[in-house]
Design a binder for this molecule. Structure first.
Ligand SMILES: C[S@@+](CC[C@H](N)C(=O)[O-])C[C@H]1O[C@@H](n2cnc3c(N)ncnc32)[C@H](O)[C@@H]1O
Length: 431
């Protein structure tokens, strides 16, 4: 039987060749790599051709190194079984996981996957709903008592196109936002449309943000006026991008950027003037008391700490259709956070408690949003290799909310389990 390590390395090579490779996650590092928590490997298309991008995750930072594909595969093959004891390969054909026993015996598990068109979609919509269906199998050296799971495979796979999309270089991608004049005036791209030095992350962030918000279009009608407010808009990168994207999609946005720093407001208004667009403007003000209404869509990207709660609260007050925030620096709850009974081991390490504080803060925000009639979800909008500030809370107003008192009770019970007596959104809602 083929050695499982060789088998995995061959699959990695093959998947890169046939463009089905999506991601490789390496873990359980030892020896000289013992301080690395994980290494995430993806394909990036650089000017000199496709490369492997290795993101080394350390407890307090990520370090990215790019490597030509043959060298990168050599590095991975050298690690497996020596300094690295776990590898998970994700391709559009499925997942393979390589694990090593205490005696360093490799075992390779494979899980095929496919996506099936749901037959339950009664809406006659032309959009197909995709549902993952999997088949699990075990490859490599046998192990007594190992369970083999098995499920039927369904027809049709949507994943190869995703794999190909993942590989595309930023500038070659089909972008949802086509008119980038504002990005040029803001200094994100040069006159050739290339991201300026140091602005690549911002450029990607803007486009990922537009992709994340595109579903909002579904609930709108051509020609409709939408009032957009961007709380804590900074220079207005995302404000201009969303405004233009909505215009490109036959909507009539009326957009206001709110920012407490006067010079940023002035420069953003100057750019709106250069674009000759009087349906977007910027005003100096504080999120919690600025006088701006009506609001259909409220966004607040990276408004630090409790400024995000202020923004959510304004959105709830104005009964916005959509509230989209990207939280950051969630410090408020950190000093209050205590371990629920039985979960003490999760609270032993400071760095984990920091992350927990972020997770609990955002979960609580979603629970309060739900209590006030919003459906909410938390999603990534840009890869962790670009920034750790990469989560979006996307909330849409719904009429189907359950009884508020039950939902508030659920939120309070949740926060009390973590020892939290006070949270900004909770106080603003006066719960
Ligand atoms: C990290 S920047 C993000 C800017 C922009 N949203 C983006 O993502 O590119 C946060 C901005 O929010 C502004 N800000 C923070 N708290 C605010 C508040 N309470 N009222 C108005 N602006 C605020 C800051 O001045 C800063 O420009």
């Amino acid at each position: 039987m083929t050695d499982p390590v060789e088998q995995l390395v061959t699959t990695i090579k093959d998947s890169i060749d046939d463009q089905t490779f999506q991601k490789l996650t390496l873990g359980k590092f030892q020896d000289e790599l013992s301080t690395v928590q994980h290494v995430y490997v993806r394909i990036v298309d650089l000017k000199t051709g496709p490369h492997l991008s290795f993101v080394y995750r350390y407890p307090n930072q990520d370090i990215t190194k790019n490597s030509a594909i043959p060298e990168g595969i050599g590095v991975i093959a050298g690690w497996l079984g020596s300094s690295c004891k776990s590898a998970t390969l994700l391709t559009s054909n499925g997942r393979q996981q390589l694990l090593f026993s205490r005696r360093n015996k490799p075992r390779l598990f494979s899980q095929e996957s496919s996506f099936a068109k749901s037959t339950e979609d009664k809406s006659n919509s032309s959009q197909s709903r995709l549902r993952p269906v999997s088949a699990f199998s075990y490859v490599g050296q046998g192990h007594k008592g190992h369970k083999v799971l098995s499920m039927e495979l369904a027809s049709g796979s949507a994943l190869p196109s995703l794999a190909a999309a993942n590989r595309s270089h930023d500038r070659e991608k089909v972008r949802l936002l086509r008119d980038e004049r504002a990005l040029q005036l803001l200094g994100v791209i040069d006159s050739q449309g290339r991201p300026r030095p140091q602005m690549g992350n911002k450029y990607r962030q803007v486009h990922h943000f537009i992709e994340a918000l595109a579903p909002i279009l579904k609930g709108t009608s051509p020609g409709e006026t939408l009032h957009i407010v961007d709380m804590g808009c900074g220079k207005g990168y995302l404000t201009f991008a969303l405004h233009r994207f909505l215009q490109e999609n036959s909507l009539r946005p009326v957009t206001v950027g709110v920012e407490k720093r006067g010079p940023l407001v002035e420069s953003a208004n100057a750019i709106a003037g250069q674009l000759g667009d009087n349906s977007i403007r910027f005003i100096q003000g504080e999120i919690n008391d600025v006088d701006v209404k009506p609001i259909d869509i409220l966004i607040a990207l990276h408004a630090c700490d409790t400024a995000t709660d202020d923004a959510i609260y304004r959105g709830i007050q104005e009964e916005c259709r959509w509230i989209v925030v990207s939280p950051c620096c969630q410090h408020e709850l950190r000093p209050q956070l205590t371990a629920p009974t039985g979960l003490e081991p999760l609270f032993r390490h400071g760095v984990q408690v920091d992350r927990m504080a972020e997770t609990v803060t955002d979960t609580l925000r979603c629970l309060y949003l739900e209590a006030w009639g919003y459906q909410s979800r938390i999603q990534e909008f840009v890869g962790t290799e670009h920034t750790a500030k990469n989560l979006l809370i996307v909330a849409s107003r719904t009429r189907k909310a359950g009884p508020r008192s039950d939902l508030v009770e659920r939120a309070l019970e949740f926060q009390h389990r973590f020892g939290i007596q006070n949270q900004r959104l909770q106080r603003l809602l006066m719960v």
